[in-house]
Write a protein that binds this ligand. Structure first.
Ligand SMILES: CC[C@@H](C(=O)O)C(=O)SCCNC(=O)CCNC(=O)[C@H](O)C(C)(C)COP(=O)(O)OP(=O)(O)OC[C@H]1O[C@@H](n2cnc3c(N)ncnc32)[C@H](O)[C@@H]1OP(=O)(O)O
Ligand SMILES: [Co+2]
Length: 136
């Protein structure tokens, strides 16, 4: 069911500093910041040959990553995103098999303009999983 690793997300306490690390110190291509109020984050993507790194910073009140940064003030790996062909079929299979699909179970449009869903970290060995529907 899961396909390519679309991105690994890092929650960062200082987005500008995070951009400088990946762009200037590590010499990678970094996209311009995108404010995504519907997700409560500002995000940039570090483009790698085989996947992307997503740097996330809280945006507005009630950001879903605010609690994570309180517990991890230096930042940390926040989630991994896998590509799937049919996100609703994937969500049904996973919830039928006991995994918790977060939110109301309805896919939201993510940073790439594609439907995304999240699976509870406690159901996947302490790792928050994002699924993104990518047509093959
Ligand atoms: C940019 C758009 C999009 C894209 O297109 O790529 C995105 O990536 S948006 C990214 C931000 N959005 C989300 O993360 C949405 C899904 N996340 C959530 O709904 C919540 O963050 C959460 C996973 C339900 C956690 O909620 P929170 O309030 O922070 O903590 P809890 O106390 O409810 O957590 C319960 C339990 O889980 C542990 N936890 C929390 N976050 C993570 C994490 N990222 N990785 C691993 N573990 C996590 C938390 O520590 C608690 O554990 P215990 O303390 O042991 O109970
Ligand atoms: Co993501």
């Amino acid at each position: 069911m899961i396909g390519r690793l679309n991105h690994v997300a890092i929650a960062v306490p200082d987005l500008d500093a995070g951009i400088r690390k990946y762009r200037d110190m590590l010499g990678a291509d970094v996209s311009a910041p995108q404010d995504l109020p519907e997700h409560g984050v500002t995000v940039v993507f570090v483009q790698l040959e085989n996947t992307k790194i997503e740097l996330l910073h809280p945006l507005g009140e009630g950001s879903p990553i605010a609690g994570f940064l309180e517990k991890n003030p230096s930042g940390g790996i926040h989630h991994m995103c896998f590509e799937v062909e049919d996100i609703r079929a994937a969500a049904k299979k996973l919830s039928d098999e006991g995994a918790r699909v977060l939110g109301d179970g309805e896919p939201k449009i993510g940073a790439h303009g594609l439907p995304v869903l999240f699976l509870h970290p406690k159901d996947f060995d302490g790792t928050l999983i994002e699924l993104e529907e990518v047509a093959v």
